[in-house]
Design a protein around this ligand. Structure first.
Ligand code: SF4
Length: 373
């Protein structure tokens, strides 16, 4: 099985950052905006807060940000936002091809449609024609919850669900191929780990079209992270998957952090395209702690994931395991009796006392040591 996929360029126009998907490029993490946006969200102070949040997502490692576009007004709002941020944005459209056509008037980097629900052939072709003229890729998103009726009945009658998912994707791709559209990506998502793995393996055996992978409707933070890890790490280790999304009933920041950890795990399992980023080692904390590792991680998580280096950071509670782990990390902080020690590259660089639980000195010292990494 060849896991080398066709390469697609995303973004790279005007102010929008360029990305390569497929063709052996590093796996891209994406997430999806959780709420509907209105014009008031992209104006003035709210607009600045929104673009700052998108900037933080990008710093954490998010490479693509998808928005649901349920109507033409939402397309206008997304168009305005697309002119405000360098993050490549994806428009997610169902049912109405006119929304897709309008989105393509803006610096959108990718659209996601299902040709099967976008209307008749002429409507699909209108979208393909405009996307091709603007060199904007389209993702065909197949989902186990919305299989075409005949395939759904087939599954009810005993057809293998993974086979049905792949057939649904191939039908949609055939429309693109007949038209001559070269910028297609596919996602095949199921809510079970086994179907997700099997369907994506099957598709990859048959096609070189780039794949976006993830478990759909995966659940809340812990359940969703575990289920996605179980499905995505084996696929990524086999070279399957060009972009990932960890869909969680939780914040986008946690989707991106989970994506980073899944890529770290895949890199440990031998994936050459899952770039390893920061590795955070932290103790669970117990009654011996002299340092609140939970509070520290909460305060520092986003900044640590924003490190664009394959470094190891240790955050430990006490002298039992703290100095040992902190010493082996690139940067470590640990409680030790009434003191906090900071290690950089195996050596103690700071020792300080905590007064009345005030962590400001420790935060300041950690900031300075982090800058030296
Ligand atoms: S490092 Fe210390 S505080 Fe943290 S779990 Fe181990 S014994 Fe407890």
């Amino acid at each position: 099985m060849s896991c080398k996929t066709q390469a697609l360029a995303i973004g790279g126009f005007g102010h929008v950052d360029a990305l390569m998907i497929g063709g052996g490029s590093p796996v891209v993490i994406q997430t999806m905006w959780k709420d509907r946006l209105s014009f008031s969200d992209v104006d003035g102070k709210a607009g600045r807060a929104l673009t700052e949040r998108i900037g933080r997502l990008k710093a954490m490692g998010c490479g693509l940000l998808r928005f649901a576009v349920p109507d033409l007004e939402a397309a206008e709002v997304l168009g305005r936002l697309a002119a405000m941020v360098s993050m490549p944005l994806v428009a997610d459209i169902h049912f109405d091809y006119k929304i897709a056509l309008r989105c393509l008037d803006f610096p959108i980097s990718k659209i996601r449609i299902n040709p099967g629900n976008i209307g008749g052939r002429q409507k699909v072709e209108a979208v393909l024609g405009k996307a091709a003229s603007k060199k904007i890729p389209i993702r065909i998103g197949v989902n186990a919850g919305s299989l075409p009726r005949d395939l759904r009945r087939g599954v009810e009658g005993g057809m293998d669900r993974a086979e049905a998912l792949v057939e649904a994707a191939e039908r949609e791709l055939a429309i693109f191929r007949e038209w001559g559209f070269a910028g297609a990506l596919v996602s095949i998502k199921a809510s079970t780990i086994a179907d997700t793995i099997k369907a994506n393996r099957l598709f990859r055996e048959r096609s070189e079209v780039p794949l976006h992978i993830g478990v759909t409707e995966a659940g809340p933070l812990i359940a969703g992270t575990v289920r996605n890890t179980a499905a995505l790490v084996p696929l990524l280790a086999e070279g399957i998957g060009d972009t990932i999304r960890v869909s969680l009933s939780d914040a986008m920041e946690n989707e991106v952090a989970a994506g980073r950890e899944i890529l770290n795990a895949a890199a440990e399992m031998g994936s050459s395209r899952a770039c390893r980023g920061v590795r955070i080692i932290s103790c669970p904390r117990c009654g011996r702690n002299g340092f609140d590792t939970h509070g520290f991680i909460d305060r520092w998580k986003e900044r640590l994931y924003a490190l664009q280096k394959p470094v190891t950071i240790a955050v430990m509670g006490c002298a039992v395991n703290g100095p040992g782990e902190a010493k082996c990390a690139d940067l470590g902080i640990t409680g030790a009796g009434n003191s906090i020690l900071i290690f950089r590259n195996g050596r103690i660089t700071r020792t300080m006392k905590i007064h009345n639980g005030d962590m400001s000195e420790a935060d300041r010292a950690f900031t300075e040591e982090l800058a030296r990494l």
